[in-house]
Design a protein around this ligand. Structure first.
Ligand SMILES: [Fe+2]
Ligand SMILES: [Fe+2]
Length: 223
């Protein structure tokens, strides 16, 4: 099966249409409360940091390419960007502990379970660390671009001056890089990618559900 049969970002958007309004409602509630919003930003920082750390741990070898180094550096910068915004909103230094994040165990679970699922499926491939990284990145970038578009809408509606424009452009760039690099390999079948996408959606919905209940609990506590 050729690479052309791979699902595209538009396919991803269509498959996730049902979740966009749920995420939007949740992010509206998050944006409405400065303290909760700071914790959310700090959680995003934690996830970006986890991403850059995984790239560094799994892709440091003689073949490390310019694309990979760029990706690593940009994800590290996204972690810094979100941390800086988080602390601007909270007014104090925030660690990644449970008090300063939202649903952190689900955020970690999302990442770890997806990676081990993909790694297991690709265990017999040539250069499994590299192809796991490429697929993992492509699928996460689909989600990142999708979620940041919704988040920007909520920020604008809440009149919060925070632009995700350059960040979004970088995530889009990573997505293009991954697709281009994967196209050079013969390993991708749409069946395989669809399986990964289904797993990712399952983990994302768990994370979204955890976010929703954490935000509800926050709102109740504030009453
Ligand atoms: Fe990022
Ligand atoms: Fe990225």
């Amino acid at each position: 099966m050729s690479f052309q049969t791979h699902p595209t970002y538009l396919d991803f958007e269509t498959a996730n249409q049902g979740y966009a309004s749920r995420l939007e409602t949740c992010l509206d509630a998050i944006c409405a409360d400065t303290k909760t919003h700071a914790r959310f930003l700090n959680t995003l920082s934690m996830m970006e940091h986890m991403g850059s750390r995984r790239i560094m741990l799994t892709q440091s070898n003689a073949e490390t390419s310019q694309d990979t180094l760029k990706h690593m550096a940009e994800e590290a910068r996204h972690a810094f960007f979100f941390k800086r915004q988080a602390e601007k909103f909270s007014g104090f230094e925030m660690d990644y502990g449970a008090d300063n994040t939202i649903a952190p165990s689900f955020a970690r679970m999302y990442f770890k379970r997806l990676e081990s699922y993909i790694a297991q499926d690709l265990a017999d491939a040539d250069n499994p660390l590299l192809v796991t990284y490429l697929y993992m990145s492509m699928i996460i970038e689909f989600r990142a671009v999708w979620a940041f578009v919704v988040y920007q809408k909520c920020l604008d509606r809440a009149d919060i001056r925070l632009s995700l424009k350059s960040l979004l452009a970088e995530e889009q760039g990573h997505l293009d890089d991954m697709e281009r690099t994967l196209a050079k390999t013969s390993i991708g079948t749409s069946e395989r990618i669809n399986k990964f996408l289904a797993k990712e959606q399952d983990l994302f919905v768990k994370l979204l559900t955890a976010l929703e209940s954490a935000v509800d609990a926050d709102a109740l506590a504030a009453e």
